[in-house]
Design a protein around this ligand. Structure first.
Ligand code: PGA
Length: 241
């Protein structure tokens, strides 16, 4: 694994945006796997900046997001659809029909999982998957468990994940209990993976993911099996390595 530790969040964001921008310049038809949460916000801000400066275009790019909350319509303020529009999609030339997320408001969730899985298979493989990590070692919403599911599926969120994400909701009770998520198999099928982590809260998860045993107790540890992972950390997230 290719591990980089940066002195500041700004340098990390710049390096990550540079990697993504470089990939899109090299392959304008790249398929990107996107993540939500606080971690990638500064990276998306720099991609928007580079688009506005004419340095990068998303005209022929396809994107797949990792996950979405069950029960939130796309236009809900805390949905990942809304997050992606606010932080990236509304500000670049990515065609709206090329930006894919699972539909958490689908009436038939199993059918929605199959639809999303088939779409990734048809348009993929994902060239570069951007990943954050939960402080419990989750990737996307694959929470620590005795067994992990390979494909797109419905998952019950860990209480720690609901608490961590409560900041995006008016009332902590409003955080959905379930989500649709790509499975660990979907993630590991990406050609390359960019794992990003920031802050002390992630240090132990990063140590377990990168240096610990490969175990479903730390879903991110499965990334050790992937031949092309770039891990970008700030000093706090990397302090236990
Ligand atoms: P965060 O979430 O970027 O908001 O810390 C990452 C994750 O839970 O995967």
């Amino acid at each position: 694994m290719n591990i980089h530790i940066y002195e500041s969040e700004e340098l990390l964001d710049e390096a990550a945006a540079g990697l993504i921008g470089g990939l899109v310049r090299l392959n304008p038809r790249a398929v990107l796997g996107l993540a939500t949460g606080s971690t990638p916000v500064g990276i998306y801000r720099r991609l928007v900046r580079d688009y506005r400066a004419g340095l990068i275009s998303f005209r022929d790019v396809t994107t797949f997001n990792l996950d979405e909350y069950v029960g939130l319509p796309a236009d809900h303020p805390a949905s990942y659809h809304t997050f992606m529009r606010e932080h990236l999609f509304d500000h670049v030339d990515l065609p709206s029909d090329a930006a894919h997320l699972p539909n958490g408001a689908a009436a038939d969730l199993d059918a929605e999982c199959r639809r999303y899985e088939a779409l990734i298979e048809a348009k993929g493989p994902i060239d570069l998957q951007i990943l954050g990590i939960g402080s419990n070692g989750h990737i996307a919403f694959n929470e620590p468990a005795p067994e992990l599911v390979p494909g797109v599926h419905v998952v019950e969120l860990a209480e720690s994940t609901r608490r961590a994400n409560a900041r995006f909701f008016d009332d902590p009770q409003d955080v959905p209990k379930h989500a649709l998520t790509m499975g660990v198999g979907s993630i590991l099928q990406a050609r390359a993976i960019l794992l990003v982590a920031k802050g002390k809260d992630k240090a132990e998860a990063i140590r377990r993911a990168l240096k610990g045993p490969i175990t479903t107790d730390c879903p991110a540890s499965l990334l050790q099996l992937h031949p092309r992972v770039v891990c970008m950390l700030d000093q706090e997230a990397g302090e236990l390595l």
